[in-house]
Design a protein around this ligand. Structure first.
Ligand code: ZN
Ligand code: ZN
Length: 271
């Protein structure tokens, strides 16, 4: 499986791609071509073109959750290409209306618009296989007392508005020959909760060889301290924290674990 970073907050010096505070990864696994999140704007399309990646060939879109820095690019994708036969997999809450400090932060595209463009929309709370090695995790059980404790604005579903704990937040599990790898968007459900759940889905408890994506760790608090000690105990390989991980949080992770810098154009090959 090969993963390429199409959108991230960070860009790499001397490589002339565009950055934005958002996330999008492109993955090839066997005959499946998977777009994991679409970033905030059309930046992922422009970077894909510059990287020589033809997104017209995608078979799958997987959305980590509904926030507009992960779903905003959907509209541009639907204008860019014929999405007929593209399968879109996400949690059923992904298209809910969301607000944070009075601003809309949910998906700017509705489920109906996706279906009208011919996408096969598969919304699921339970894990579903995307390709030979990749599984969409569905709803993440929230078992760690130090994670997912605070709401982010409000969410409106079926006419009911509540505090938004981003219950649609999910991730991908890569199941390799000698271990697993977690591919995450923003980890609002908690990176330790995600890792626990991903590992529980494998028959034998395989080692966690690494994680790439946003861990949603910002400041010096209990969550950061407990997460660093959990990851130190559970991850045998390299962490690739990006998007919503502050410099301070990266510093704390780097003191205890191997950490690789992520930026647009970075690739990862897993087997
Ligand atoms: Zn988010
Ligand atoms: Zn995000």
């Amino acid at each position: 499986m090969k993963l390429t970073v199409l959108t991230d907050n960070n860009t790499i010096i001397d490589r002339y791609y565009l950055g934005e505070p958002a996330l999008s990864f492109y993955m090839e696994d066997g005959d499946r071509r998977i777009l994991f999140d679409t970033g905030y704007s059309d930046v992922f399309l422009r970077n894909a073109e510059a990287l020589g990646i033809d997104l017209h060939a995608i078979t799958d879109i997987v959305l980590s959750h509904g926030h507009n820095d992960h779903t905003g690019g959907l509209r541009y994708l639907m204008e860019y290409m014929d999405c007929t036969k593209v399968r879109l997999t996400a949690h059923p809450g992904v298209f809910a209306g969301r607000e944070y400090e009075g601003l809309p932060v949910g998906s700017p595209v509705t489920e109906e618009e996706c279906r009208a463009h011919g996408m096969q929309v598969e919304l699921t709370r339970t894990p579903v296989k995307i390709s030979e090695h990749l599984t969409f995790l569905g709803e993440i059980p929230r078992v760690m007392p130090f994670e997912s404790a605070f709401p982010i604005g409000i969410v409106t579903e079926d006419g009911v508005t509540t505090e938004d704990y981003v219950m649609d937040d999910s991730a991908l599990l890569f199941h390799g020959e000698e271990g697993i790898f977690v591919i995450t968007g923003c980890s609002h459900s908690g990176i330790c909760n995600i890792t626990e759940y991903a590992q529980s889905l494998t028959e034998e408890t395989l080692p966690v060889q690494g994680i790439i994506g946003g861990f949603h760790l910002m400041k010096d608090d209990r969550q950061l301290r407990e997460t660093v000690s959990y990851l130190k105990e559970h991850v045998t390989g390299t962490l690739c924290p990006c998007h919503c991980v502050s410099l301070y949080a990266k510093h704390c992770l780097m003191k205890e674990l191997p950490v690789k810098e992520v930026g647009v154009g970075m690739t990862l090959e897993l087997k």
